[in-house]
Design a protein around this ligand. Sequence first.
Ligand SMILES: Nc1ncnc2c1ncn2[C@@H]1O[C@H](COP(=O)(O)OP(=O)(O)OP(=O)(O)O)[C@@H](O)[C@H]1O
Length: 256
Amino acid sequence: MNSNTILKVQGASKRFGGVQALSDVGITIEKGQVVGLIGPNGAGKTTFFNVITGLYVPDTGSFELGGTAYKPAAVHLVAKAGIARTFQNIRLFPEMTAVENVMVGRHVRTHSGLLGAVFRTPAFKAEEKAIEARARELLDYVGIGRHADFRARTLSYGDQRRLEIARALATDPQLIALDEPAAGMNQTEKVVLRELIDRIRKDGRTILLIEHDVKLVMGLCDRVTVLDYGKPIAEGTPAEVQRNPKVIEAYLGAGH
Ligand SMILES: Nc1ncnc2c1ncn2[C@@H]1O[C@H](COP(=O)(O)OP(=O)(O)OP(=O)(O)O)[C@@H](O)[C@H]1O
């Protein structure tokens, strides 16, 4: 494996009863890339995300993150290994403040542990302070610092999506997986989102993106993989993929 490879998945399959949701899907993501995963509704994109992040146990597949084999057996183990994600349907703690939501993300990387938290040791308190400072920095970074002390549920939809991204960044991930980050956003919010994803990439992060907004995908991604009925049908630069007859057929063809 190339030492710049962040994620390498080979032969991932997942079946639900009579539905082969994923069939022998592979993907390779190099450090610093933004890679798009696209395909018509029901193509298997979310299943792929759920498989690589430990939400679903795959039937087959080999998985390497940062050059080390990993078993996507449980969500917290995958987070620890270095993949952070956001969800198509936002999953925040609505009654917690924005900064508290980000601090939860950061706890994946803390050291003082449960006993430290229970007895509120000096080490725990110092660590907690550092975590909060970092969380506030991340909220500024995604552009919602002014909402740090507001409950998550009071934030606008676009700001909640950015909060999810801040929480994902807080785990200091090798790979950040964004599931339809632009869903439900208006044009202005999409422009801001695009700038944010661009900045995250420029700051050295690696991103895997599911997105229905073709313009956003084509403008942002270095490489794109296209799924249809659970199978990879094309891989390449956005320009290559866009003119691939199989992709055109999948999007325009009968059945979709
Ligand atoms: N938990 C599940 N149980 C049963 N079938 C499932 C489950 N999750 C997904 N599927 C099925 O697997 C297939 C792929 O679904 P998936 O949600 O991964 O597609 P998608 O590409 O993310 O679609 P969309 O763009 O609509 O979100 C679909 O036929 C879906 O009905």
